[in-house]
Design a protein around this ligand. Structure first.
Ligand SMILES: Cc1cc2nc3c(=O)[nH]c(=O)nc-3n(C[C@H](O)[C@H](O)[C@H](O)COP(=O)(O)OP(=O)(O)OC[C@H]3O[C@@H](n4cnc5c(N)ncnc54)[C@H](O)[C@@H]3O)c2cc1C
Length: 468
């Protein structure tokens, strides 16, 4: 029997791959997706979605435990069942995954379950998960969307019980007695928020001089202050030398300019970044260019080998779900009609940290913009001067705009505070549309809303803040 033949075969059904498949099918291309573990990828199953559900529990617990006096209620002893929080997050994840299954079916995308390998140009082999047999697919275009896996530190192998990656941490139904989180990036900060809200003593160890090291320095400082107020310990500028396991505890030895320190914890979470899943797919044999594990792509998402494309985390561009999704849409459009997919400017795509308070940003930091020779202007408007934030009782943080003093356009924005991840799209849209700061300031905002802080910050760059 001849192999089923497709215009597009996508390897991996994460937010990059499944979206690419749907868009390709919508554009009239006969499309299949091959997935070896779970539809929806890391994001829906073990990443973005379940973590945000857990963080919602953290918010509720923090309000119930700490907010009584401010909001005028008494609870007495609050009994915690963390396993219920995890079960809720699994249900949320499950609903989303079912939704992806439905969408693929609705768009007539064929789904193959198993590990895919490119056997030759235009030929994909699928080792079937269900019965161990093998399928072979003919593909005019192959899109690699196989994601990434947690990077481990030399000599510190995750064992799933004392030394964890996000994979175990997100599904375990018990809390660590104490946690050491290695890595002060988004995932480390989100788990720190979650476990701290549930009363777990947490220490974050970050090798670079500050947590959220890729964000504007002011953001790192504000987050560090907020975390310190909640009792989260931070060891920045510290390198992990070893992790020793003894019975129920793990001891992490760290080293900094100040000397060495041992921190005992029930569990250690390694949140030190990701390694693209580009090995073992048959790419090397075809001559696909791979740089340090990342599949190299051009602005169309094409690799150097005609007919082979790559999107999402496996390209190592900006390892975020919405970036993978945008790459997936552009890729499908470029396959259907060369040049029709929008090119992405990765520096100006949104970045988010769902810690409490949240952080959100796009574009260049103040230092990066200055380093590029712009005459930089900045304005910072605090949530303390925003009526909605005061009413919510969530007023830590601020909105900082970085603008080009000559042209009056935005070069970046850096936000810390309540629901700032929801505020960012207004600014990225303004940037995309080339709006100037006076135009942003004159976009009338409903009152009272958190989004008024954006308008106020723009006023700060254009004649002066009104409410400060
Ligand atoms: C705890 C956590 C929280 C996160 N929170 C956020 C967030 O809030 N916002 C955000 O934007 N990002 C977040 N991320 C990052 C986000 O999950 C990733 O950027 C996103 O999942 C990448 O999408 P992808 O489609 O490229 O890869 P993935 O989601 O990793 O999907 C790749 C898929 O390919 C499959 N696959 C791999 N190899 C093969 C093969 N040979 N054959 C067939 N299938 C294969 C895998 O099983 C997987 O399903 C988070 C990540 C983690 C771990």
């Amino acid at each position: 029997m001849s192999a089923p033949s497709y215009d597009v075969v996508v390897l991996g059904a994460g937010p990059a791959g499944y979206v690419c498949a749907i868009r390709a099918a919508q554009l009239g291309l006969k499309t299949a997706v091959v997935e070896k573990e779970f539809l929806g990828g890391v994001c829906l199953n073990l990443g973005c979605i379940p973590s945000k559900a857990l963080l919602r529990n953290a918010e509720v617990i923090r309000t119930v435990r700490g907010g009584g006096k401010e909001f005028g209620f008494e609870t007495g002893e609050v009994r915690i069942d963390y396993s219920a929080a995890v079960r809720r997050s699994r249900q949320v994840s499950g609903r989303m995954v079912k939704g992806v299954e439905f969408l693929l079916k609705k768009n007539a995308v064929d789904v193959y379950r198993g590990a895919a390998r490119i056997a030759a140009a235009g030929r994909v082999e699928v080792g079937r998960t269900a019965d161990g047999a093998q399928d072979e697919l003919a593909a005019r275009n192959i899109v690699v969307a196989t994601g990434a896996q947690a990077a481990s530190l030399p000599g510190m192998t995750p064992d799933g019980s004392r030394i964890l990656t996000y994979r175990e941490a997100i599904v375990q139904e018990s809390l660590p007695s104490a946690a050491v989180i290695v890595g002060g990036g988004p995932i480390g900060l989100e788990f720190a928020t979650l476990w701290n809200a549930y009363g777990v003593p947490v220490t974050i160890v970050e090798m670079l001089p500050r947590i959220a090291p890729l964000e504007d320095e002011d953001v790192s400082a504000e987050l560090a202050r907020a975390f310190a107020r909640r009792g989260i310990q931070i060891r920045a500028g510290s390198r992990v030398r070893s992790i020793a396991i003894s019975g129920e505890s793990a001891t992490v030895e760290i080293e900094s300019d100040g000397g060495t320190e041992s921190i005992a914890g029930g569990q250690v979470l390694l949140a030190t970044g990701f390694r693209p899943n580009s090995a073992g797919l048959g790419l090397e044999a075809l001559g696909v260019e791979i740089e340090k594990g990342r599949i190299a792509v051009d602005a169309r998402m094409a690799t150097n080998v005609p007919g082979i494309w790559a999107i999402g985390d496996v390209t190592g561009k900006l390892m975020l779900a919405h970036v993978g999704t945008a790459m997936g849409i552009a890729c499908a459009e470029n396959i259907a009609a060369p040049g029709s997919g929008a090119a992405l400017d990765y520096d100006f795509l949104p970045r988010a940290i769902f810690s409490q308070p949240q952080a959100a940003s796009f574009g260049w930091t103040e230092a990066q913009a200055a380093g590029r020779g712009f005459s930089v202007q900045t304005a910072r408007f605090p949530f303390q001067a925003n009526g909605k934030a005061l009413g919510l009782g969530e007023y830590a943080g601020w909105v900082k705009l970085v603008a080009d003093g000559k042209r009056g356009t935005l070069l970046g924005a850096h936000l810390v505070g309540p629901e700032v991840t929801e505020l960012l799209p207004e600014l990225t849209l303004a940037h995309r549309a080339g709006l100037t700061v006076p135009e942003i300031a004159r976009n009338v905002h409903a009152h009272p809303t958190l989004s008024e802080t954006l308008m106020e910050a723009a006023h700060g760059l254009d004649g002066g803040y009104i409410h400060l």
